[in-house]
Design a protein around this ligand. Structure first.
Ligand code: 7TS
Length: 417
């Protein structure tokens, strides 16, 4: 959401105080100050509806899925499969069978690397990623390329933090076997033009996996409109539980893909002579899944859909625009990432002061931010810093909290003279 597209009416559409009341963890003090939680890109707080959904599973429906004839197991199975449908609807997929529950974004990428790309990668082939990827969209490809004698190729980004699209087109060749690109950068906040990038890749017959970890919480995602081959995200960044995420994959790919992990639930029949595998998505969900996690994820997406992701995006877009201006007005602050289109995250450094010191002083004021490399060390290297301070916004943040952030930064300046 570009700040200029936000209108006052959009921003007024959400009753933030009422929303805040839904999140128990927000109402506490840290170091004697009201908590100002601005580390949402790392993980979000959870609304009561999600906590209740998980709790109800344990209090009423606790059972394993897909195996019992008894009532509790039937209820658990229905809830688990309904959660799959909720994810499918939220992402705009065609078919629930295109949704695989994973542990996280990280696991989704590893699954695609292992089950889809490995068998297609010959020596001399290439995997193309951008220079602003999270480590989880770098390291699995690096390991795979090493194993297969293939090459990891990186699309450069410009000083603002936008992908250089002419370089992307140049680097996309007949050797490219997959493109991996982040939808929204966790370190820079850049919203990448993934729809256009996917069309460019498809014109050359190259499939694309999109890392949606920071996009699903902040903008409308429609996998059919994007026409991506794979899309991954984690529940915990979109108000859901940790330890659960989802992979969207075009069904034609899933049908061809080799198993990832193996064991119970992913089989049709097993003898000591051999095993036949279950249909996707179950083929990729070996063992007892994170049932309560899937149920909590569905409750989280229902919560988001109750407000509408566009209203959330407008609110957060306004906060980001206000915070950018306010933080930039603090002497010595330099922004890291000023892309054309940004969402949620504001990364910055202060001259002569280490980000960890800034984070520690902000914490003493009750303000929670992330200070570090954000699991994106190549991004830090690109901008010549070892770390940044990152404030990242969610549905429940307010302009008062931006004031608290800025007051905290003034305190940092006082302490460091
Ligand atoms: N991709 C992006 C863009 C991310 O921001 C993250 C997590 C991941 C992948 C990995 O997600 P996971 O749920 O599998 O761990 N990013 C962050 C962050 O910015 N601070 O803490 C985690």
């Amino acid at each position: 959401m570009t700040p200029e597209t936000i209108t006052a009416t959009d921003a007024a559409a959400l009753d933030i105080e009422r929303i805040r009341a839904d999140f128990p963890a927000l109402h506490q003090e840290v170091n004697g100050k009201p908590l100002v939680y601005l580390d949402n890109a790392a993980t979000t707080q959870k609304p009561q509806a999600v906590i209740d959904a998980v709790r109800t599973f344990y209090e009423r429906d606790c059972s394993n899925v897909h195996r019992g004839v008894h009532r509790l197991s039937q209820r658990a199975t229905v809830a688990y499969e309904q959660a799959r449908t909720t994810v499918k609807n939220h992402l705009g997929a065609n078919d629930s069978r295109e949704i695989v529950f994973t542990r996280s974004t990280t696991e989704g990428i590893n699954l695609v690397a292992s089950s889809f790309v490995r068998s297609r990668l010959e020596p001399g082939d290439e995997v193309l990623i951008s220079a602003m990827e999270h480590h989880s969209n770098i390291v699995p490809w690096q390991i795979l390329c090493e194993e297969r004698g293939a090459k990891l190729v990186v699309i450069p980004i410009d000083d603002d933090g936008d992908i250089i699209l002419s370089e992307y087109e140049r680097l996309l060749t007949e050797r490219t076997k997959i493109v991996g690109v982040v939808h929204v950068s966790n370190a820079l906040g850049t919203v990448n033009p993934v729809r256009e990038m996917i069309a460019t890749a498809h014109a050359k017959g190259v499939p694309v996996i999109v890392d949606g970890a920071q996009a699903v919480p902040h903008l409308a995602v429609d996998v059919r409109n994007l026409d991506c081959d794979f899309y991954v995200f984690s529940a915990h960044k979109v108000y859901g539980p940790t330890g659960i995420g989802a992979l969207y994959s075009k069904r034609e790919h899933l049908l061809e893909m080799a198993p990832y992990q193996s064991g119970g639930d992913m089989i049709l029949s097993v003898t000591f002579e051999g095993t036949t595998f279950n249909e996707p998505p179950h083929r990729f969900e070996a063992g007892t899944p994170n049932i309560e996690g899937a149920i909590g994820l569905a409750a989280a997406l229902d919560y988001v859909d109750g407000f509408g992701i566009d209203a959330i995006a407008n609110h957060e877009g306004r906060l980001l625009a206000d915070a950018t201006a306010a933080v930039l007005a603090v002497p010595g602050v330099r922004l890291v990432g000023s892309a054309r289109r940004r969402a949620s995250a504001l990364s910055f450094v202060m001259e002569g002061i280490h980000p960890h010191d800034i984070g520690t002083i902000l914490d003493s004021e009750g303000v929670a931010v992330r200070a570090g490399h954000h699991c994106a060390q190549p991004v830090m290297a690109r901008y010549g810093v070892s770390a940044t301070v990152r404030a990242s916004f969610a549905i429940y943040n307010t302009t008062h909290e931006i004031d608290a952030l800025v007051a905290g930064l003034q305190k940092v300046r006082e302490v460091f003279g």
